[in-house]
Design a binder for this molecule. Structure first.
Ligand code: AHM
Ligand code: MG
Length: 350
């Protein structure tokens, strides 16, 4: 059969026909997000040239000074999405409060929570960074959207995904009917379907965590990571450690190869580092739709209801069996802990 090239827009239209129940005006939001992603990508790939190209190679606001790429990404997404007429309100990692669509623009039925450029500490080293997005239906009835519209649990998402800027740029998303990945073809300026129906392996052989924090972690996570590293050929251990330090890149690799990403809480930050609304919940939706899982150790991430926009959560994300093991360690219920304890306890005397 001849190979068929499908663009993101064609794919979205086909999906709308196949799943009329799931389709909505938010698909317009998705195509506009893809447009914003192209604009961000154009600047990300030139990031290293800023110093040598000077003013012409910089991103500037009204010809002024160089704007940081994460702020640029935020502004592009805000500008593009505000013009769709589909949005009521946005929230982003770059903004302390919710951002209503600008005065005079039509107000719509959807809410977008997003992280414009996650992993931005990696920009100067030319290492992968990403945009993460979550689309929700508004719950407020009229006027501009409000905070409650943004503070909804992940289970309410109608669409979520990410763009990964890297050796090639990809957009991966779900609307609740599987996970699909598109690779950007710069010569035609389109995202082309490259990874239809992504399934994450049930169990992986990779763990991704900032192990420099080991001594700050709770006992459960320490034991879990120790267990993953211990020699046990029958269980497939040791796992390999892989950590980019860009959530999107670490998640994307594990999505394709299988594995588990961990950002636990620690003594100083019991809720860890990553934010529920625009980091954890959207990736949890993608993971679950690919057959994986996401947990905070005790609860499904998709069910968390944040009290504030930038609330954090411990995050254990990836292959289903691996996330289950991790939860059992956190809750001190894993069979390997019991074996451990029996071995450690003194022999009973009658
Ligand atoms: P950011 O939103 O400030 O970019 O921070 C989030 C990033 C994630 O991409 C990544 O998973 C994590 O921070 C890495 O943190 P650490 O450097 O503590 O390992
Ligand atoms: Mg971030």
């Amino acid at each position: 059969m001849p190979h068929r090239t499908i663009t993101l827009s064609q794919f979205i239209l086909e999906q709308e026909r196949r799943h009329p129940e799931a389709s909505g005006e938010f698909t317009r939001v998705l195509t506009d997000l893809a447009l914003a992603a192209k604009m961000i990508n154009r600047e990300v790939v030139r990031a290293g040239l800023v110093d040598i190209l000077g003013e012409t190679g910089t991103i500037n606001i009204q010809g002024e000074k160089v704007q940081k790429l994460d702020r640029f990404a935020r502004d592009v997404i805000y500008r593009v999405l505000s013009a769709t007429g589909q949005l009521a309100v946005l929230a982003s990692e770059e903004d302390e409060d919710i951002v209503p669509v600008p005065e005079g623009q039509p107000v719509g039925k959807y809410v977008v929570n997003f992280d414009p450029l996650d992993g931005s500490s990696n920009i100067n080293a030319n290492v992968n960074i990403g945009t993460i997005f979550s689309i929700l239906p508004r719950i407020s009835r009229d006027g501009n959207g409000d905070l409650a519209d943004c503070l909804q649990p992940g289970t309410r998402q109608v669409c979520a995904g990410y763009v990964m800027y890297g050796s090639s740029t990809m957009l991966v998303y779900t609307t609740g009917n599987g996970v699909h990945g598109f690779t950007f073809e710069p010569s035609v300026g389109e995202f082309l379907l490259s990874h239809a129906e992504i399934h994450i392996p049930e169990r992986g052989r990779i763990y991704s965590v900032n192990e420099g924090n080991y001594f700050k972690w709770g006992e459960g996570i320490k034991r879990y990571v120790d267990w993953l590293k211990a020699e046990d050929a029958a269980a497939g251990h040791p796992y390999s450690a892989r950590y980019v330090g860009s959530l999107v890149a670490d998640f994307h690799r594990n999505l394709l190869y299988g594995g588990v990403f961990l950002y636990p809480g620690d003594r100083k930050n019991p809720k860890g580092k990553l934010r529920i609304l625009y980091e954890a919940a959207p990736l949890a939706f993608v993971a679950e739709q690919a057959g994986g899982a996401a947990s905070n150790g005790r609860q499904r991430v998709m069910e968390l209801i944040p009290n504030s926009l930038h609330e954090r959560t411990p995050l254990f994300l990836g292959s289903k069996r691996d996330v289950e093991d991790c939860e059992l360690f956190v809750q001190e219920k894993h069979p390997a802990i019991r074996v451990d304890r029996r071995a450690a306890s003194p022999a009973r005397t009658r």
